[in-house]
Design a protein around this ligand. Structure first.
Ligand SMILES: Cc1ncc(C[n+]2csc(CCOP(=O)(O)OP(=O)(O)O)c2C)c(N)n1
Ligand SMILES: [Mg+2]
Length: 325
């Protein structure tokens, strides 16, 4: 397989902006949660931004992405606006799911992100199903399903792999291996910690890579996408990453040390991308301007969400089934 073209400084600046928007949206969402403006669950993506942005860059617009509940960053990377994500977190009618989905259920047919699911591992068959639809209809689209290291021990996940490989579905399965499932480290839950090896049992093409730098993510997902799109069958990847914040807002994070988090922060996706830009001759002033732009986009999304109306009670049963069929 040929290597994809290395992204130039303009592309890298866009990726830095996209990752910085994700981070600021998450930081501001955390603040809004503490003010009780956002209720329910809130699982932040901070630290994993390179996975979402690098993957999106390697996909076509109409490829389908499916993920679990740590989904805000992935929706943003797919092109859902900061406004629509923040308003969804606030439960407002201007949200991407009209305020009825909330944090764990970001979905947009227009952006080809098919959720956002709370049942760990339960969504992996949906990614295989989307790929089956593409194969059945003779389309050259692929699906990319994200899941966690914790989900890699779940039954539905294994069943999806078995059928995907048997039918050579145009699917990529990407484990966002952020080292923890709630408070349980991957070493405590799994004998094999490279989750791509879950594919060995069914004979699936697989590999592991470090997913802190969006360029590296892009290169790996592009190779997997080329393989899946060619009709050669699915690919399973283990993307090594890290989340800086707790599992959800109620997690004090006592199962890991501050030193460990600090160690991973040295591989921060925004930092690595800024370093790449500096090395390419882009000025620190320009990088600061990108970060300021991200802050403005995220801040404005909060004002938008705050000013948006709540859905009406009568909408409770709407938007569940396809209408007019
Ligand atoms: C079937 C099922 N079992 C348990 C839970 C409770 N639960 C929610 S998140 C989670 C951890 C999953 O960790 P991982 O797959 O690594 O994803 P991450 O949170 O790290 O993104 C668990 C056990 C659930 N939601 N669904
Ligand atoms: Mg995890």
């Amino acid at each position: 397989m040929e290597s994809p073209p290395v992204p130039g400084p303009d592309t890298l600046q866009r990726w830095l902006l996209d990752m910085a928007v994700i981070r600021r949206v998450e930081e501001l969402a955390q603040g809004a949660y503490q003010q009780r403006k956002i209720r329910g669950f809130l699982h932040l993506y901070i630290g994993q931004e390179a996975v979402a942005v690098g993957s999106h860059a390697a996909l076509r617009k109409d490829d389908v992405v499916v993920t679990a509940y740590r989904d805000h960053g992935i929706a943003l990377a797919r092109g859902v606006s900061a406004r629509a994500v923040m308003a969804e977190l606030y439960g407002r009618s201007t949200g991407v799911c009209k305020g009825l989905g909330g944090s764990m259920h970001m979905a947009s047919a227009e952006h080809h992100i098919y959720g956002g699911y709370g049942i760990v591992g339960g969504h992996v068959p949906l990614g295989a199903g989307a790929a089956l639809a593409f194969q059945y209809r003779g389309e050259s689209r692929i699906s990319l399903t994200f899941f966690g290291d914790g989900a890699s021990n779940q039954g539905a996940f294994f069943e999806a792999l078995a059928l995907a490989q048997l039918w050579k579905l145009p699917a990529i399965f990407v484990c966002e291996n952020n080292r923890y499932a709630m408070g349980t480290s991957v070493e405590r839950s799994s004998y094999l910690t490279d989750m791509s090896r879950r594919g060995d049992g069914v004979g699936m093409v697989r590999w592991q890579f470090e997913a802190y730098d969006p360029v590296v993510v892009y290169e790996n997902i592009a190779k997997a996408a080329e393989h899946a799109r060619s009709g050669a069958g699915p690919v399973i990847l283990d993307a090594q990453c890290y989340r800086y914040r707790g599992h959800s807002m109620s997690d004090p994070g006592k199962y890991r040390s501050a030193e460990e988090v600090a160690e991973y922060r040295k591989r921060d996706p925004l930092l690595l991308t800024a370093d790449r830009l500096l090395a390419a001759g882009v000025s620190q002033e320009r990088i600061d301007a990108i970060l300021a732009e991200a802050d403005a986009i995220a801040t404005e999304s909060v004002s938008f969400a705050d000013a948006s109306p709540e859905p009406e009670a009568r909408e409770l049963y709407d938007h569940t089934y396809v209408e007019g069929t």
